[in-house]
Design a protein around this ligand. Sequence first.
Ligand code: SAM
Length: 237
Amino acid sequence: MREIIRQGLIEMGLDKRVSPIAPEHLTRYGLMLLEKNAVMNLTAIREADDVARLHMLDCAALLGCCDFAGKRLLDVGTGAGFPGMVLKILTPSLDVTLLDSLQKRLSWLDEVIAVLALQNIRTVHGRAEECAAESGFREQFDLVTSRAVADLRVLCELCLPYVKVGGQMLAMKSTGSTEETDAAGRAVSILGGRMLPAYDYVIPGTGIAHRVVRIEKIAPTPAKYPRRFSQIKKSPL
Ligand code: SAM
């Protein structure tokens, strides 16, 4: 796993930009993931090489689309820590909040944080549409990431309220997401965002092309958003 990660970072031109200990720490994290996955449902990916490529390198590719150093980042629907935990390991100066509605995954992430002795990273248990009303959360983050959580129209309402004006929402999607992205144009502008050019990449060693949909926050999100989840689902913006 370590060698695949190390080579992949070189191939993506990221090796000089990340913490030198990152391949070691990502491997440790990946092995903990596979070990825990035997008793808790954390990932459908069961092979170590696939964890290295489809989780670690896929998430590392985000570093190609903007500068993460010293920023404050929220990962919405982090699950087993993707992409938030990977980004923290790669960029130690990043301040990371991992948000999920499933406590048992967060408890496991707390163990990973302790084992790797990571600082300025925390887990928060809650639903994205509810925590956005709390002070200390709303419009407080430079970057808000999300992978495999919801359709982009829904995701924008879950994520954009957290982004500071001038910050960005980064949604990890496939390159086949053009229609989904086009359909989210209205939601983006209602919520105070502006679509930036997407960032496409190929995960090293796979031929799989993925896309980061980038949305810049240009105005505060109106106070009535996010709505309750039932409403968001029933009538997405
Ligand atoms: N982002 C991770 C990844 O790419 O491997 C996990 C993806 S998993 C398919 C979706 C995660 O989003 C789950 O852990 C689920 O609990 C969480 N989730 C879904 N809706 C949410 C919401 N409204 N607020 C917070 N977490 C949510």
